[in-house]
Design a protein around this ligand. Sequence first.
Ligand SMILES: [Ca+2]
Ligand SMILES: [Ca+2]
Length: 186
Amino acid sequence: MDRATYVGIVVFLGTLLFGLVQALGQDYDRGEYGGWIDSDRDCLNTRHEVLAAESLVPPLFLNCKVVTGLWFDPYTGRTFTSPQDLDVDHLVPLAEAHRSGGFAWTREKKRAYANDLENPGHLIAVELGANRRKGAKDPAGWMPPNESFHCAYVLAWIGVKDKWRLSMDEAESAAIERILRERRCR
Ligand SMILES: [Ca+2]
Ligand SMILES: [Ca+2]
């Protein structure tokens, strides 16, 4: 076998292996993380648990749903009274958690991540449009328009990544370090 053939085979195998790893682990399927569940069986699912917990006034319930309340969205700095204007956001998005190590989790652990109510920084009721613009971006790609929330946002981001033992990529940790430094977060 000449050297060119050998190198060709090695590169081919490498590509194959890379593809295999991607196919086995990395492919993100939102379905694996499940939808909102009602883990304490009080008839409110996770979305409505968060809406109820974060409302600044006692919320009104109808058929196991929060129908009105008062919410301050720290992403935009705006206030809302209808849940229809709000998304309950995974501060560290599911797809971001997935590519940061969540791909190796069991289905149960993925569900638990999607529905974590223990850490108040994990899920947050925010304006729908802001959440859609955020998508699955990490702080290198998106930060909340409300700059006075930036410290709290990156500190909560670090808290989630730490609790769930998730990795950070280079651009992400650089962006976070810059924000912590520039804003003198503590
Ligand atoms: Ca519940
Ligand atoms: Ca990232």
